[in-house]
Design a binder for this molecule. Structure first.
Ligand SMILES: *[C@@H]1O[C@H](CO)[C@@H](O)[C@H](O)[C@H]1NC(C)=O
Ligand SMILES: *[C@@H]1O[C@H](CO)[C@@H](O)[C@H](O)[C@H]1NC(C)=O
Ligand SMILES: *[C@@H]1O[C@H](CO)[C@@H](O)[C@H](O)[C@H]1NC(C)=O
Ligand SMILES: *[C@@H]1O[C@H](CO)[C@@H](O)[C@H](O)[C@H]1NC(C)=O
Ligand SMILES: *[C@@H]1O[C@H](CO)[C@@H](O)[C@H](O)[C@H]1NC(C)=O
Ligand SMILES: *[C@@H]1O[C@H](CO)[C@@H](O)[C@H](O)[C@H]1NC(C)=O
Length: 828
């Protein structure tokens, strides 16, 4: 006991001495001392991630959020590296206490982002950011304050929209790009500020110019520009918001390595022996390392090794030299040609860019030319043209040659070559102004096609063309306005993730380590800045639909978090994400237990309506349902006509989307709803309002066919066109799956229904028979048995009583019953 207390005393003396010593050191020195310590923390302090390429698909599970600990319930403990806990934090705290603003901001970052596994505390962070900006204005701190007041950190601090906007603006004034991006998005959609496209365009343009500058510098640094995109909907790991089959929004990413392995599988399928085509293996391994993947870091060194091996193998097998030492190739089989030339082109490209090897223009040119000899590829042509244009490796600039090469690459449909060609032509224009020269049209068209080919840099130029008036010169018919220009700039900026959106990568890294709270932080920052996919990811971390059959315990969602989720789903919905719109509709049409979300059919109706207008099958189905039962703004008046229309659209959208995806999915619910409507029509003719004038009252079935026919007429010209095209192209015209199935299938359902009636009767009989048999065994007196039966079933329909009193022979009775059932069948 004594020993313990002495130790404690000594320790406290030491620590107060430490503090005493610290307080005598100037705070800036303390800060740099802390940085010094931080540098000693090893990269690997975190250990292995929770998720990897093999286990994340279909397996991403967001645990219950625990309001006691303000974090998700996760089993993994966070270990703060010792040096951070013992030295870095105390040093920073001391400097912060002395009012050193850099330390204040750094600590605030630690408590917000949870660097080095430090436990987050948003209220503490808010306080530190606030203190820091009180001492000295700082763009990043202002932005973080704006972000915290805007989101309320999902319940941990107070929401204050006015302060949020003010701080974002202060951040912008201090040149913080994050704040500018947030303001650009807010102005575009009128969030916390009046909607103003011009204002938004102003902000986006400012960032776009900055981004373009970065692009130029990057090119000079030889960095690869096809960086990984972390702007993803994490829910796509689970197949989308509604799971694999039912989600209607397209996935936000495809795993590269999975695509490659699929390609390899295809070869296996065609029984190509990969050992005979080692180039394919080497090429794909090289490309895998060259491009990297979310779970698979790029490694240019390794990529270079594979590609070089691929090329050398080709040389060994196919190269031959004539007497003068001139190289040519033996005939190469048609598969090897493709991969060998790709390997050579990539090798040349890596020499050109200095990736995985020292930059060497001579080697680059040699391999690019070689690859052209084996087979022309757009990539090699584009690189060679670029080298000629920039006079790399001592090549003389020859304008005609450059243009010829670019043209050839463009013919092979390379978006990169289109961009380079357009840029080259701009450089040839007077004053480098594309609106002045003779190449206007060619520049404009190539840039446009490069944009649609997915080239990021082209987005900038295209946006610029819209602003500078080039578009209206070349293509006056196309409408040109502020919203269309903003779109190009917005996407351009969102593609430059590494520059403008560092929080996306952070979020993903935190996610795969199972730090859901930090992941949410990262995604929600990007969500505030208007990234659609980040909005869905953030919303998903806040709220998850729970499947009916789920072995996990049922989750609850604290009120502020649910509200934040809805806010993000609404943002995503206004950016036209169908799944988010549907989810909101579902949320408001059913309400949510244990929460403030009560049924609101009007709101649900408008979400479904929006989804249906975007050709969502689910949305149209729900609208039909609401009309059928008179829910929502239809004011309790049932409208079967509208119901039928939306059910029909639902079926049509479903067939169309299935065709697009090449899958077949479950259409039974829709057909069932249509059938249900038919039966209702039997009793409620007046509810088919619009129909009443037109129909000839000669029976429900005819009337229904009329509705269908009428709609068919509307699209009959479309069908005729489709038929004509099919004929023209020599393909088979799909004989109207869409329009015939619509009621043929439903007709089968009528038959199915009657059959179901029959089955019910049949089963009922069998049961009764069994009971009778049992009774028979118990009491062998027929009369008593009948008596029992009548007591059991006093409401038995008429026919039942007509059954033969002495029907002991099973077979006979069954036959009789079937007769009854058939009678029902005809009665319908
Ligand atoms: C929340 O966390 C605390 C501390 O870890 C734990 O005791 C409690 O059971 C958790 N609550 C829920 C609802 O999981
Ligand atoms: C903490 O993490 C954030 C997010 O990744 C990062 O921006 C910041 O620079 C980090 N701070 C330090 C001191 O490492
Ligand atoms: C890339 O691969 C090389 C060679 O295999 C290896 O030495 C290097 O450490 C790797 N780099 C990274 C970042 O993994
Ligand atoms: C529900 O919302 C009302 C006001 O909109 C609020 O007073 C009440 O506390 C909320 N209930 C819960 C459980 O959060
Ligand atoms: C429903 O009723 C309200 C008021 O009773 C009315 O304002 C609204 O227009 C009606 N909606 C429809 C679709 O009839
Ligand atoms: C059906 O009636 C509604 C109003 O009751 C009307 O808005 C709609 O245009 C009508 N549809 C047709 C096809 O006549």
């Amino acid at each position: 006991m004594k020993l313990l207390s002495t130790t404690i005393t000594i320790l406290s003396i030491i620590s107060s001495l430490f503090r005493l010593v610290l307080s005598s050191i100037p705070p800036s020195n303390l800060h740099y001392e802390a940085l010094h310590y931080l540098a000693t923390v090893p990269e690997s302090y975190r250990g292995a991630p929770l998720y990897n390429d093999d286990n994340i698909d279909g397996n991403l599970y967001i645990p219950q959020y625990n309001t006691t600990i303000n974090n998700y319930n996760t089993p993994n403990e966070r270990k703060v590296p010792e040096v951070v806990e013992k030295f870095v934090i105390p040093l920073l705290e001391e400097a912060a206490a002395q009012g050193y603003h850099k330390s204040l901001i750094m600590l605030a970052d630690f408590y917000t982002f949870g660097n080095y596994s430090v436990e987050t505390s948003y209220s503490k962070a808010l306080e530190y950011y606030q203190k820091a900006v009180d001492i000295k204005g700082d763009g990043h701190a202002y932005f973080m304050l704006g972000y915290m007041y805007s989101t309320g950190m999902f319940g941990e601090v107070d929401v204050d929209p006015a302060k949020a906007h003010l701080y974002y603006q202060m951040g912008m004034e201090h040149g913080d790009n994050n704040a500018i991006l947030a303001l650009a998005y807010r102005s575009l959609y009128g969030i916390g500020t009046p909607k103003s496209c011009d204002m938004s365009l102003h902000y986006y343009t400012r960032l776009a110019h900055l981004g373009k500058q970065v692009f130029n510098e990057k090119r000079e640094l030889g960095e690869s520009d096809d960086d990984l995109m972390y702007n993803i909907k994490i829910v796509d790991f689970n197949g989308g918001l509604y799971g694999n089959k039912l989600s209607e929004s397209p996935a936000s990413f495809y795993s590269k390595s999975k695509i490659y392995s699929k390609n390899k599988d295809t070869f296996d399928e065609y029984n190509l022996d990969l050992d005979d085509h080692e180039y394919i293996n080497l090429y794909y391994s090289g490309v895998n390392y060259y491009g990297g993947d979310y779970f698979f870091p790029k490694n240019f060194t390794k990529a270079f090794e594979y590609i070089k091996e691929c090329v050398e193998l080709g040389e060994h097998r196919y190269a031959k030299f004539d007497k003068n030492g001139k190289k040519s190739y033996k005939p190469i089989n048609s598969i090897d040609v493709v991969y060998l030339s790709r390997c050579q082109a990539l090798l040349g490209h890596m020499f050109l860019e200095g990736q995985g090897v020292d930059q060497n223009f001579d080697s680059a040119r040699t391999w690019l030319h070689t690859s052209l000899k084996v087979q022309e590829t757009a990539e090699a042509l584009n690189d060679l043209a670029f080298m000629a244009e920039k006079e790399l490796g001592g090549e003389q600039r020859d304008v005609d040659k450059v243009i010829k090469r670019y043209h050839r690459a463009v013919e092979l449909d390379s978006p990169d070559a289109r961009l380079n060609l357009a840029k080259f032509l701009i450089s040839l224009s007077p004053n480098q102004d594309p609106t002045l020269g003779e190449f206007k049209k060619e520049i404009y068209e190539n840039m446009g096609r490069a944009v649609y080919g997915g080239n990021a840099e082209a987005l900038y130029y295209y946006g610029d063309f819209l602003q500078s008036g080039l578009q209206s010169m070349v293509d006056p018919e196309k409408i040109q306005n502020c919203p269309s220009t903003v779109v190009y700039y917005k996407i351009f900026i969102e593609r430059l993730e590494r520059v403008f959106l560092p929080h996306l990568k952070y979020a993903f890294q935190e996610l795969i380590y199972g730090n859901y709270k930090n992941a949410l932080l990262g995604y929600s920052i990007a969500a505030e800045q208007g990234l659609l996919h980040a909005q869905i990811s953030a919303a998903y971390l806040l709220f998850q639909l729970q499947p009916l059959l789920d072995h996990h315990p049922k989750k609850t969602f604290p009120q502020p978090r649910l509200q934040s989720a809805i806010r993000y789903f609404e943002m995503a919905s206004s950016q036209d994400n169908v799944d988010a719109t549907l989810l909101l509709g579902d949320l408001f049409s059913t309400g949510l237990d244990n929460s403030n979300i009560s049924k609101d059919y009007n709101r649900a109706f408008s979400y479904y309506k929006k989804a249906a207008s975007q050709r969502s099958s689910h949305g149209a189905y729900k609208l039909g349902h609401m009309y059928e039962y008179g829910l929502g703004p239809v004011n309790n008046t049932v409208d079967f006509f509208m119901a039928k229309r939306y059910y029909d659209s639902s079926l049509e959208f479903k067939i169309a989307s299935d065709k697009r995806k090449g899958v077949s999915s479950n259409k039974i619910p829709i057909n069932w709803a249509l059938l249900r409507l038919r039966l209702k029509y039997l009793f409620n003719r007046d509810k088919f309002k619009n129909q009443t004038e037109a129909q000839d009252q000669s029976g429900w079935f005819n009337a229904f066919k009329k509705i269908s026919n009428r709609e068919e007429n509307k699209i009959s010209s479309e069908r005729a066109n489709a038929k004509a095209n099919a004929h023209h192209e020599g393909t088979a015209f799909m004989e109207d799956v869409e329009y015939q199935e619509e009621y043929d299938v439903a007709d089968y359902f009528v038959i199915f229904l009657t059959f179901a009636f029959f089955v019910v009767f049949f089963v009922q009989n069998v049961l009764r028979q069994a009971r009778r048999m049992r009774n028979n065994n118990q009491a062998n007196r027929p009369n008593e048995r009948e008596g029992n039966q009548e007591q059991e079933n006093p409401d038995a329909p008429q026919q039942e009583e007509q059954q033969p009193r002495n029907g002991i022979v099973n077979g006979f009775q069954w036959n009789f019953r079937r007769g009854n059932a058939e009678f029902h069948f005809f009665a319908i």
